[in-house]
Design a protein around this ligand. Structure first.
Ligand SMILES: Cc1cc2nc3c(=O)[nH]c(=O)nc-3n(C[C@H](O)[C@H](O)[C@H](O)COP(=O)(O)OP(=O)(O)OC[C@H]3O[C@@H](n4cnc5c(N)ncnc54)[C@H](O)[C@@H]3O)c2cc1C
Length: 453
């Protein structure tokens, strides 16, 4: 520990403060995307809600804005952190599971990997996404789309309570009965309303699960996408399939059977038997996958199904929601993502189902439009121009089909009003004005106050 850091620890014992140059500074400001270089003025590493309140009070005293980070997986959609104190909640990762009521309580620094194994052991699952390295906080505040959300809806609408420290230093619990407007805004409006200290949400029962993947040579992308698109209308909400065109890096982190190779992979998660899953997927099976891993699994297997990278990497990405993929788009997408493509991954997720229905008591993000969520990332090698051009080409192909965007996968700062209809956006701004009138809380996909900004 440096002298600066030691001096700064004279406040509450639950708050550790770092300034540029302190030991641990670079680790505390790091993000999942190595192309981000966020430089806040100060970083607080609280252990509990009292530490968060002390950090917020300090920021106010020093005239700094406040931003929060649990894992850094979603940092890229935030504006620069000059003049801000970053509250890094990674030490607040306690997890409590009540299997009987299916209620889970997590600290704001918990990752899905802190939760998923414990739920899986008792036949439950959370509505996590492709990677268990992602944090509960940013994922749940922004929406949350994963393997079981076609059946159960967005993770934000499985949230039952959010505890947070407001910019005034008050520690609140927002739920259906307390601060209901704030509770509504937090479920989809992101981390714009205060610093979250804990979340409570409902897990889902998974009495039976079949999951796995059919691997095809990348040269068969168009054929796989045609067959998959034609099949989608017949698939029940219990079955979620994604097609991922993946050029696996030659990294040791990759399983040997895929390392350095390219595949088009049909990934499937079915809340039912393997036999039923195979029946539903027959047209894809009849294409003759070169490798087939579909079988009965524990819920925990869903955390590894997408084969997401676990370690930070440099990348750029793009995303779109579409209703379907016409033949012309499939041909163009297959050509763009094929052998030698600068796009490391192009993923097509079947959404719709419960994601298109407004649940009772929904938050600000009630539904998602579209039937297919497209996401692509490129890892720039050498000069970045080739990967940027390929992502732009993907945007051009999808532009005529685009029916919306899913904010958690929009990984650069944008005007967040485009993610919401006008009444929802106006209400989010009113809640922001009520809880952060001076607009000091700096969440990803910024919601300004009703008054302006
Ligand atoms: C590898 C990878 C896989 C992904 N897979 C999926 C997926 O399958 N489905 C999906 O829906 N999304 C997915 N995402 C996107 C992910 O949901 C967002 O990036 C999300 O914001 C990450 O949350 P985090 O807490 O881990 O990130 P962080 O970067 O720590 O936080 C992101 C934002 O959340 C808010 N926030 C975090 N903590 C707090 C807090 N304590 N108080 C207030 N606000 C807070 C802040 O606005 C912050 O800027 C993925 C991202 C990556 C990098």
């Amino acid at each position: 520990m440096t002298d600066t850091e030691a001096t700064r620890r004279t406040g509450p014992s639950s708050l550790r403060l770092l300034a540029p140059g302190d030991a641990g500074w670079d680790a505390a400001r790091a993000t999942f995307n190595l192309l981000d270089d966020q430089r806040p003025d100060l970083i607080a590493l609280p252990e509990d809600a009292a530490g968060v309140a002390a950090a917020v009070a300090l920021a106010r005293g020093e005239g700094l804005r406040v931003a929060a980070q649990s894992t850094g997986h979603g940092a890229a959609c935030r504006h620069p952190l000059d003049g801000a104190l970053l509250v890094n909640t990674s030490r607040m990762n306690a997890v409590a599971v009540d299997a009987g009521s299916r209620r889970v309580r997590v600290g704001a620094g918990a990752r899905w990997r802190d939760v998923a194994p414990r739920l899986s052991d008792v036949g439950l699952a959370g509505l996590h996404g492709s990677s268990l390295g992602v944090g509960l906080a940013g994922y749940s505040l922004g929406g949350g789309v994963g393997w079981l959300t076609r059946r159960h809806g967005l993770q934000c609408n499985a949230v039952r309570a959010v505890e947070l420290v407001t910019i005034d230093g008050e520690h609140l619990r927002a739920d259906a009965d307390h601060h209901p407007d704030l509770f509504w805004a937090l479920r989809g409006g992101g981390g714009n309303f205060g610093i979250v200290t804990a979340l409570e949400f409902d897990a889902v029962q998974v009495p039976e699960l079949a999951s796995g993947a059919y691997f095809f040579p990348v040269e068969r992308t168009a054929e796989v996408l045609h067959t998959w698109s034609a099949l989608l209308p017949s698939l029940p909400e219990a079955l979620t399939t994604w097609v991922t065109v993946m050029h696996f890096p030659p990294s040791d982190e990759m399983p040997p059977e895929v390392r350095g190779r390219s595949f088009t992979i049909l990934m499937a998660a079915h809340l039912g038997s393997e036999r039923e899953a195979r029946r539903l997927l027959r047209p894809l099976q009849e294409l003759g996958p070169m490798r087939d891993t579909l079988g009965p699994q524990d819920p925990l297997a869903l955390g590894a199904l997408a084969m997401d990278p676990e370690s930070p990497l440099p990348y750029r990405s793009t995303t779109a929601l579409v209703d379907g993929l016409p033949g012309g788009a499939i041909a163009a997408l297959a050509a763009l993502s094929g052998v030698g493509s600068p796009l490391t991954l192009v993923q097509f997720r079947h959404v719709g189902g419960a994601l298109s229905r407004r649940p009772d008591g929904a938050g600000a993000r009630a539904t998602l439009p579209g039937e297919i969520l497209v996401f692509s990332l490129a890892i720039p090698i050498g000069p970045d121009t080739e990967s940027i051009a390929a992502l732009e080409r993907l945007d051009d192909i999808l532009a005529p089909l685009n029916v919306g965007e899913y904010p958690n996968l929009v990984e650069h700062p944008v005007d967040a009003s485009r993610f919401f209809d006008a009444p929802t956006w106006a209400r989010l701004r009113e809640v922001k004005a009520a809880y952060d009138p001076a607009d000091l809380v700096h969440g990803n996909h910024h919601v300004p106050t009703a008054a302006g900004g």
